[in-house]
Design a protein around this ligand. Structure first.
Ligand SMILES: [Zn+2]
Length: 61
């Protein structure tokens, strides 16, 4: 299972077509090098969003 929360920005190489956006406020968190244009959902560091994330049943594994 892809987990954008564990991806570090240091891993950015090559093309960056993947965009990680906060699924709560839809802010762009960062971009990722991917095979094509893709969109991933994460949670930004805002208090509200972190709270939303904690309340959601997870896809941790
Ligand atoms: Zn957010």
């Amino acid at each position: 299972m892809y987990n954008p929360n564990r991806v570090t920005q240091e891993e950015q190489t090559g093309m960056e077509l993947g965009t990680v956006i906060c699924k709560n406020c839809l802010d762009v968190l960062f971009t990722l090098p991917t095979d094509g244009v893709k969109r991933f959902y994460g949670i930004c560091s805002r208090e509200n969003c972190a709270k939303e994330s904690a309340g959601m049943e997870g896809e941790e594994e």
